[in-house]
Design a protein around this ligand. Structure first.
Ligand SMILES: C[S@@+](CC[C@H](N)C(=O)[O-])C[C@H]1O[C@@H](n2cnc3c(N)ncnc32)[C@H](O)[C@@H]1O
Length: 330
C-alpha cells in the first residue's frame, strides 16, 4: 500500500470513527427529549365531528433534529378509557430547541357524547395520556409520554336545518340497529299480524321492513332526514313490502300515536322522555321497545341484554307495556 493509499484509508477510518462517536454521543446525551401536554381542548364542532386538540411542547436537547411521526392518545374519565385515537403528523423539532405544537384528531360527536354519557355543555373530569413517537436519526424511535388532568366541557351540538326547521344535529344522527337486535326487539314486543308498528326515526327502514316480512303486519316508518326516507323507500321496494309498509318524512314529535300497537325507538334517552306525552295516548296493552336507551322515571316491564353477532357489542332492549308506570317512589 502506497503512502497516499494509507493516508486515504486512515482518513476514511477516522471519519467513520467520529461518525460512530457522534451516534454514540446522541444516545448517551445527558438530557433526554421530553414532551409536556399543556392543554387539551375541543375545536370546531362540525355537523358530525368534533376536533380534539392537544397543545404539546416538545423539548429536544439533542444536536440533531427529531421528527414527530405519530401521537397516540387515550382519554380517561372516572377510571375508564372513553376515547383512544391516533393523530398522524410529520413535524420536525430542530436541534436544541423547544417546540410548541398543536396536534389534532377528529371524533364523531355522538361517539364522544355516548362515551361520556353527558349532555352537551356539561363538565367532565378527564385525564389525557399521550404517547408521542419521534424518529431520531441514528438512534431510532423514541416514545415520549405526557399526561394531563383537568375538566372538559362537552361542546354544544351543531344544528341542522331540515326544510326550514332547525334541529339539534345529535338528535338526528343515524346509527342503524344491528339486524339481530331488530329481531329481538320485535320478538319482545310480541308483534302480531293485526298490529300496526311505528318506528319513530326509522333510519333505513330496517325495523318496519322486518316487521312486515316476518309478521305480515302493517308498519309505518317516520324520519325527518330526507336521505333516510329515500333509503327506507328503497329498502321497502327491495323487499317487496310496499303493500304493508309506508314511510313518511315527519317530525316524530308532531305525530298522533293513538293508532299504533307497537312503537320501536332507537333515540337518545332525552328524546324518549320528550315523547312521553304522546306515548301516554297509546291504547292500553300497546308495546314500546327501545334499543339502548331507557325512559327516565318510567319503569320498564322487561329489560334484555344481548351480544350482537354483527358488532360483537352488548345491546340493551327496554320493553314498556301501556299504560306507562312510574318508577317506585316517583
Ligand atoms: C339512531 S337512528 C335509528 C334508526 C332506526 N330506527 C334503527 O334503529 O336502525 C335515529 C333516527 O331518528 C331520526 N330522528 C331523530 N329525531 C327525529 C325527529 N324529531 N323526527 C323524525 N326522525 C328523527 C334520525 O334521522 C335517525 O335516522
Amino acid at each position: 500500500m502506497t503512502f497516499l493509499q494509507r493516508l486515504i484509508l486512515s482518513s476514511v477510518l477516522t471519519a467513520v470513527f467520529f461518525a460512530g462517536c457522534e451516534t454514540t454521543r446522541d444516545i448517551q446525551y445527558d438530557l433526554e427529549p421530553a414532551a409536556h401536554l399543556e392543554a387539551m381542548w375541543f375545536g370546531g364542532v362540525e355537523l358530525d365531528y368534533v376536533t380534539v386538540l392537544f397543545d404539546v411542547e416538545i423539548d429536544n436537547p439533542y444536536p440533531v433534529s427529531l421528527s414527530l411521526q405519530r401521537l397516540r392518545y387515550a382519554l380517561v374519565s372516572d377510571g375508564h378509557t372513553f376515547l383512544t385515537g391516533t393523530a398522524l403528523d410529520n413535524v420536525t423539532v430542530p436541534p436544541n430547541t423547544k417546540k410548541a405544537l398543536t396536534l389534532s384528531d377528529q371524533v364523531t360527536y355522538v361517539r364522544l357524547l355516548r362515551a361520556l354519557g353527558g349532555e352537551p355543555g356539561s363538565t367532565i373530569p378527564f385525564k389525557a395520556e399521550l404517547t408521542l413517537s419521534l424518529d431520531a436519526p441514528r438512534s431510532g424511535w423514541i416514545n415520549l409520554h405526557a399526561e394531563k388532568e383537568g375538566d372538559i366541557i362537552l361542546p354544544e351540538s351543531p344544528e341542522i336545518n331540515v326544510e326550514g326547521i332547525t334541529y339539534n344535529a345529535v338528535d338526528v344522527v343515524y346509527v342503524p340497529t344491528p339486524q339481530d337486535v331488530v329481531d329481538k326487539m320485535l320478538e319482545m314486543a310480541e308483534v302480531k299480524k293485526d298490529d300496526l308498528v311505528y318506528d319513530l326515526g326509522c333510519g333505513d327502514g330496517r325495523i318496519v321492513v322486518t316487521a312486515a316480512r316476518r309478521y305480515g303486519c302493517k308498519a309505518i316508518g317516520f324520519d325527518l332526514d330526507p336521505r333516510r326516507v329515500e333509503e327506507s323507500l328503497e329498502n321497502v321496494q327491495k323487499n317487496n313490502v310496499g303493500h304493508l309498509v309506508e314511510i313518511e318524512q315527519k317530525d316524530i314529535f308532531t305525530l298522533d300515536l293513538s293508532k299504533a300497537d307497537v312503537i320501536t325507538l332507537f333515540l337518545l334517552s332525552r328524546l324518549n322522555v320528550k315523547l312521553i306525552p304522546q306515548l301516554e295516548k297509546l291504547k292500553p296493552g300497546s308495546r314500546i321497545v327501545s334499543h339502548s336507551f331507557a325512559m327516565e322515571d318510567i319503569k320498564p316491564d322487561k329489560v334484555v341484554t344481548l351480544i350482537s353477532r354483527e358488532d360483537k357489542s352488548e345491546h340493551t332492549i327496554y320493553l314498556w307495556v301501556t299504560p306507562l308506570k312510574k318508577e317506585a317512589g316517583e
